[in-house]
Design a protein around this ligand. Sequence first.
Ligand SMILES: [Zn+2]
Length: 408
Amino acid sequence: PAGSAAPTITLVAIDSSAGPSAPSPATAAVDAVPPTVLSRASWGCNESYRFDSNGAEIWPPEYRTVTHVIVHHTVTSNYEVDPAATVRAVYYYHAVTLGWGDIGYNYLVDWKGNIYEGRYGGPNVVGGHALKYNWGSCGIGCLGTYGNSPVPANSTTPTDAMRIAVTRLIADRFSCLDARATGLLVDKTVPTVCGHRDVMATSCPGDNLQALLPAIRTNVLAEQMALWAATPGIGGSITAATFSTTRMPTGSILRIDVSVMAGCHALGGQAPYSGTVYDEAQDYTTVGGAPIAGAWRIGIGFSGERTPYPYRWGIPPTLGAWQTAVVTCQVRLSALGERQLWIGLIREPGQVVAGALYVTSVRVLAGECFGSYDSAASASPTAADSASIAAGDLYSVRLPLTANIDCR
Ligand SMILES: [Zn+2]
């Protein structure tokens, strides 16, 4: 709960049943669609409670960059039919009964997985849930009682829907927060996603919810990546690419040097790594092994490909946040003719984070076109030919027997 005193008893007297109820949200563990956060209006927030009798805002918003998320339980009833009514009750208790002028939590989450906007003011607004640790933290109040209750029967274990909602909320609102790190909050070095008890002397958020925090920390990163991979600078991005040539003899190697930059999280790749040469007929399913979920690779695609980005090379095994690496991509091209090639950034298995970059036309020509063809039938003028050619003469040269070569 918020603050230091136990606020649970007063809540019993508040009738907040009149008002909208929340729907049941989706509960996929990792979802590239941002979670729905129910606005204050949608849970029936009476905004007049924020103002005193003179119309002045009781608790004007103040802002700090959020570096930590602090998880609470609200020590209210479990498995309520209408959790939005409890959100209104907590709001009334904090705003009116305690005289704060607003709800202390920045967000609330119910057992069905609904997420409610708490404290008024938008991103980075300072809430009121952990005394001096309010500044720089976001307080998430999980509706219910998850252990350490004076009446043990009043405690339960958070539902999967609640755990997933907390995870997705953190990932969505704090895309660059490293949920597995620890960091300084005011005067304590604590996990960036911590329980109320990690910063203050309290049993909050209850043993059963506190025990879920390690899993939440790990899953936040997966969810951040799913949500933000396609946003350059947050997931990762390709910053430059160089093709070794756009016109090459059959059977030679096209080299493409691709610069890749990690976003605000470290990224990792998988085999095959930089420098590996693909033959034209090969693809990543036979070179370097099956895709590893979460591994990042550079993909080369081309017109007429049978599978998207058939040639793939892993970025380095560890590429730190905002670090850049160059991945050398090589393909031996044999089939004559022109093709379009392009570059993609792939988050395996197969999520195209950025696609169709640096589209380049490459022409594969017969070796004769490059003057290195060792044949008795030379395309070049003989010495005798050259001697007989005078300036201004019209002349012709003898072509080799494979005469219909297209060297354009
Ligand atoms: Zn608490």
